[in-house]
Design a binder for this molecule. Structure first.
Ligand code: PEP
Ligand code: MN
Length: 384
């Protein structure tokens, strides 16, 4: 981290900044330039909140050099990027084979969830999903999930989907809404917890999840930048937790036709530049339109997602939530096959993905000569 002092700062201001850095157990180096003083800070800069330095008198700006999300950041070795694998029961997300997590938006009845479980299993899904207690945008929707209205209902709903999943031998993923219910999900043998979009930045809930041994599928908030998303995921990782799967489910944009805007470039950035954590794509919430789920899911796989989260309903036309985006089972069967083909194709296209670093030294050496050839030797303009 670099602290740039204002031109008019005093010796006392510089001393105060250094004292604050030293108190936090960090080292420093000072550069007294002709214009201004610059202080370089080294060590584990997570030991100090940037705001504590920024607010000191005489400080003009601070620039972070290392990533604030140390644990969620990509682990790179000379041999290449090391990617995490996260198990949900027997399904390994990031293990090479794409993982498809599917089921209805919400658990609606015993018949509906058992039928869903059988259908998605037969179609080739790797895990069953279903919301038991739902977030709804309107308080008048009349449906907040079979598990809403108290702990007894929540427990009964969780037991129902867990039983359905066990019957077809699939692991089960359920969204958790509150800190108080995390242990109930664990006791009911849910295999993975989902953090939904509205809770993407719920500090207390993410802090609580540091302690759960269960894998967490963390959905990106609809107005959260990809790096900010990693900092929210980092919150669960500070004591060593690593079994986290990131989920891109669409963000807000100028586009109103689809329910959200699935950020395909964001998936590529997470996978190729920013993190070692596996990513899944949720084109159901990303598009909100049944007929767009397949192409948008495939785009996510090609961009680097290790799997997909898909809403499927035995009859989407009577679903109590998200029916418009839920697939008919016939469509889902095709999606599973297509996801496997897209993953195989993505692997075979990897050889075309040539990193810029491989070419930079060659083109750097040519800069002088190319400037002469292209611009008649004039150093016109700056490189961008
Ligand atoms: C869901 O998965 O059913 C859901 C409500 O997703 P999101 O939180 O991404 O809207
Ligand atoms: Mn839904």
């Amino acid at each position: 981290m670099i602290v740039s002092m204002r031109k008019d700062c005093t010796e006392k201001d510089v001393e105060r900044v250094i004292a604050t850095i030293t108190e936090a157990g960090l080292g420093h180096g000072i550069l007294h330039g002709s214009e201004r003083t610059i202080i370089g800070v080294h060590g584990d800069i997570t030991l100090i909140a940037p705001g504590r330095i920024r607010e000191l008198p005489g400080v003009e700006d601070i620039v972070r050099i290392s990533k604030p999300y140390k644990r969620a950041a990509q682990v790179v070795t000379p041999a290449g990027v090391l990617y995490d694998q996260v198990s949900i029961g027997d399904a390994v997300v990031g293990g090479g084979k794409p993982v498809v997590i599917a089921g209805p938006c919400s658990v609606e009845s015993e018949t509906q969830i058992f039928e869903s479980a059988h259908q998605v299993k037969e179609a080739g899904a790797d895990a069953l999903r279903g919301g038991v207690w739902k977030y709804r945008s309107s308080p008048y929707s009349g449906w907040e999930g079979i598990g809403s209205g108290g702990t007894n209902n929540l427990e009964a709903g969780l037991k129902l989907i867990v039983r359905a999943a066990k019957e077809v031998e699939l692991p089960v993923v359920v969204e958790v809404l509150s800190i108080d219910s995390v242990s109930l999900y664990e006791d009911c043998s849910v295999d993975a917890l989902q953090i939904g979009e509205p809770n993407s930045r719920n500090t207390a809930l993410l802090n609580r999840l540091r302690e759960t041994p269960l894998p967490v599928i963390h959905k990106r908030g609809n107005s959260v930048d990809v790096e900010a998303f990693l900092l929210w995921a980092e919150r669960m990782m500070v004591d060593g937790k690593r079994n986290i799967i990131l989920c891109e489910r669409g963000i807000l944009s100028a586009n109103n036709y689809t329910r959200n805007t699935l950020d395909i470039g964001g998936i590529a950035a997470l996978r190729h530049n920013l993190t070692s954590l596996p990513i899944v794509v949720d084109a159901s919430h990303g598009t909100g339109i049944r007929d767009l789920v397949l192409p948008a899911t495939l785009a996510g796989i090609v961009a680097g997602a290790a799997g997909a989260l898909v809403e499927v309903h035995p009859n989407p036309l009577i679903a109590k939530s998200d029916g418009k985006q839920s697939l008919f089972i016939e469509q889902f069967r095709g999606l599973v096959e297509a996801v496997h083909e897209a993953a195989a194709m993505t692997r075979s296209l990897e050889n075309y993905h040539l990193r810029s670093a491989e070419f930079e030294s060659h083109y750097t050496q040519r800069m002088e000569e190319d400037r002469k050839r292209f611009f008649n030797g004039q150093l016109a303009g700056k490189n961008n």
